[in-house]
Design a protein around this ligand. Structure first.
Ligand code: BGC
Length: 388
């Protein structure tokens, strides 16, 4: 069997993620971060004049990354790290400039969620050359040796959960139209999500339960259980949303315009995340020939929790950003203390096996959103109500 690069290599006992497991930074001197005019957050520099931890996130235009920022500010502030959070606003060039700004600030540990898995390589190489330890956050930077650690959710499990939800909740009929959508093709996670979804959906496509309604590349590969990266790229190239609500909406509208009523009726939709799910759902709801749809999501954004409560979206996959942020802070703390961070697995990024820590994900529906998201304290009911 072909060995898949960029894939998870299990390498040891499962270690439990420690919530808020950060140590104090040596020389750290600051309290919680201050919000600046452009939405970034910054604390004062450490006593030795540098910056303990610099964080680069993809965009502040998606609620998902604002959740991560909130967690970082809270944890790093509590632990006394000096830190700065910068956003790349969907641009690999801004990401590179952000990394360079942090290098100029004398950052010691860089936590980066790359905008572009390949382009990110040049930015982290500059950081490595400056002696900085690099932690990939949520998204893996590929084809470079300039990454030291990776902190992530189980992204293949996200896709599996989405696919399985569609199987379990599809109309009881043969030949259900299946619309496939994917994330941005420059994000390695888009491949992992699709890989997981395909793994469970493909047998149901092959046996005729589902009929693919919007990708002839996927139709051509309908009998293939395990896809190569190139095959995945061909399908994703057709069904990508670029992680952009507007792209997702116009693509869904174009698919609906191109299809006749035989590909409508009661349908299932694989939507990669909540932002794209809401706009795809709106497009399907507006089509007179679509009677019912079942649609997936990811991130448990408050707007999607409302969609789920109102029956406009069926599920989301909750990824607890407080655990991910805490795990990266714990790694940063270990590095700042010159000790080896705790890892439990490795991911191959095409150039090396990157020591990694991985967190499980949870399926959220109308039935359990309160218990998982509100009773746990992740959101207040007010947070959810305000997004109505
Ligand atoms: C993240 C998702 C997010 C998406 C779009 C992915 O890499 O894992 O949580 O919805 O990017 O920003």
């Amino acid at each position: 069997m072909r060995k898949r690069i960029y894939s998870l290599l299990l390498c040891g006992a499962m270690l439990t993620a420690s919530l808020f497991g950060c140590g104090n930074s040596e020389g750290g001197s600051t309290a919680a971060g201050n919000q600046t005019g452009d939405g970034t957050t910054q604390t004062t520099t450490s006593k030795d004049g540098g910056l303990d931890v610099g964080i680069v996130l993809p965009t502040k235009d998606e609620p998902r990354w604002l959740q991560d920022q909130k967690q970082f500010d809270k944890i790093l502030g509590e632990q006394g790290f000096s830190s700065k959070v910068l956003f790349s606003q969907g641009k690999a060039e801004t990401e590179k400039t952000n990394v360079e700004a942090l290098i100029n600030d004398g950052v010691k540990v860089l936590i980066i969620c790359a905008q572009d898995a390949t382009a990110g390589g040049a930015a982290v190489q500059e950081a490595k050359d400056a002696g900085i330890t690099v932690i990939c956050y949520d998204r893996l930077i590929t084809d470079t040796e300039a990454v030291d650690y990776y902190v992530t959710f189980d992204s293949v499990a996200v896709g599996r959960a989405q696919g399985q939800y569609l199987i379990d909740n599809a109309p009881a009929a043969k030949g259900v139209p299946l619309y496939l959508y994917a994330g941005g093709a420059t994000d390695n996670n888009a491949f992992l999500f699709f890989q997981g979804a395909w793994e469970v959906l493909q047998p149901k496509i092959a046996d005729g339960t589902f009929v693919i309604a919007n990708s002839d590349e996927a139709e051509k590969l309908a009998d293939k259980a395990e896809l190569t990266r190139d095959e995945e790229a061909k399908i994703i190239g057709q069904i990508t949303t670029d992680w952009d609500f507007n792209v997702a909406k116009s693509k869904a509208e174009a698919h609906l315009t191109a299809n006749d009523a035989s590909k409508k009726g009661d349908v299932c939709i694989l939507a990669p995340n909540d932002g794209t799910a809401r706009s795809i759902a709106d497009a399907f709801a507006a089509d007179g020939d679509v009677k019912t749809y079942v649609i997936t999501g990811q991130d448990a954004e408050v707007a999607s929790v409302n969609y789920i409560m109102n029956g406009k979206q069926n599920m989301t996959v909750f990824k607890n950003t407080s655990i991910l942020a805490a795990d990266s802070c714990a790694m940063a703390a270990a590095i700042l203390k010159n000790t080896t961070p705790e890892t439990a697995t490795t991911y191959n990024n095409g150039a090396k096996d990157v020591p990694a820590k991985q967190t499980d994900v949870t399926v959220v529906t109308k039935d359990n959103y309160k218990e998982v998201l509100v009773d746990s304290g992740y959101y207040t009911q007010d947070d959810i109500d305000q997004a109505k």
